[in-house]
Design a protein around this ligand. Structure first.
Ligand SMILES: *[C@@H]1O[C@H](CO)[C@@H](O)[C@H](O)[C@H]1NC(C)=O
Length: 312
């Protein structure tokens, strides 16, 4: 004899973007490829950095941490999608839904703080190379990493608690691949005014690291332009290129998703979200290694060491 609005016993349905069976199969195959590539790519980055003493500095430690977060980030959503497709179900429990939401917000925020820490590190390395080791000590680097995790989880907790206190009655169909906060708020039959305000505040908080990144780049380019040498400009651009690419991918997709009114969310947005949750973490390792000679060399060493069949 449970009450009608006892939301915790009800399951949610993750609709994804699929209306037709063929679309569903297409996304299943896509994720089936993307997920292992993401895991292996990011794992290789971590292994390459750990195994090469030349890469034991804050810049690469931050990169390894970004890969570490990305492994978890894609693991929050993709395995559940794959499993649901294989089992022929769309269900997710209320607890599972909130867990997904918590980790999505926490890890997305942690990711953005680590990107900001990387921008700060780059800016110091380019503008004050002589003081670099005193400003970005191993201790500072560790603090930046720990701070990113603390702030990321600190951002996720209030949203999750607020959403957990809502009632869901009737329609439980989440128009996305995972339990996204905007989709959940739209489904609730409680008064969500405060939740929506908090969500936009959360988006605002999420923009703080972006502001830090912009400031770091303004700092870098004004320093480079003050002492104009073609070599210096080129060097700065090539060092910052990979980082800027990743930052644009991250924030481009998030802004496309959240910087507009809640009412205009539709099934099509799930495609933008998919870019964010699946494609960006997969591309990170490629963006960083393909442009970086030292990374490529240490990856090569990793492989030749791990292949015992290699005759010498
Ligand atoms: C993350 O950064 C810390 C601090 O610099 C470092 O000790 C740690 O090895 C990094 N994590 C990974 C997975 O490389």
């Amino acid at each position: 004899m449970r009450e009608e609005n006892h939301s915790s016993v009800l399951d949610f349905l993750l609709l994804g973007v699929s209306i037709h069976q063929e679309q569903e199969d297409f996304f299943f195959v896509l994720f089936l490829f993307i997920y292992p590539i993401t895991l292996i790519g990011n794992l290789l980055i971590i292994l390459a950095i750990r195994s090469d003493i030349r890469l034991h500095n804050p810049m690469y430690f931050l990169l390894a941490n970004l890969s570490f977060v990305d492994i978890f980030f894609s693991s929050v959503t993709i395995p559940k999608m794959l499993a649901n497709h294989l089992l022929g179900t769309k269900g997710i429990s209320f607890g599972g839904c909130l867990t997904q939401m918590y980790f999505m917000i926490a890890l997305a925020n942690t990711d953005s703080y680590i990107l900001a820490a990387m921008a700060y590190d780059l800016a110091v390395a380019i503008t004050c190379p002589l003081h670099y080791t005193t400003i970005i000590s191993p201790r500072t680097c560790a603090l930046l990493v720990i701070g990113s995790w603390v702030l990321g989880n600190g951002n996720a907790l209030p949203h999750t608690l607020l959403t957990a206190s809502l009632s869901f009655c009737g329609n439980q169909e989440v128009a996305n691949f995972y339990c996204d906060i905007a989709c959940l708020l739209k489904l609730s039959c409680s008064d969500i005014h405060f939740n929506v305000k908090m969500m936009y505040l959360g988006v605002g908080v999420f923009s703080v690291p972006l502001l830090c990144i912009v400031i770091s780049y303004v700092w870098v380019f004004s320093a480079v332009l003050r002492v104009p040498s073609t070599k210096g400009v080129l060097k700065a651009f090539s060092t910052c290129g990979s980082h800027l690419t990743v930052v644009s991918l991250y924030y481009g997709t998030v802004m496309g998703m959240y910087f507009r009114p809640l009412t205009s969310y539709s099934l099509k947005d799930a495609v933008i979200t998919m870019m964010y949750i699946a494609v960006t973490p997969m591309l990170n390792p490629f963006i960083y290694t393909l442009r970086n000679r030292v990374m490529k060399a240490s990856l090569g060493k990793l492989f030749s060491k791990k292949m015992p069949s290699h005759p010498t």
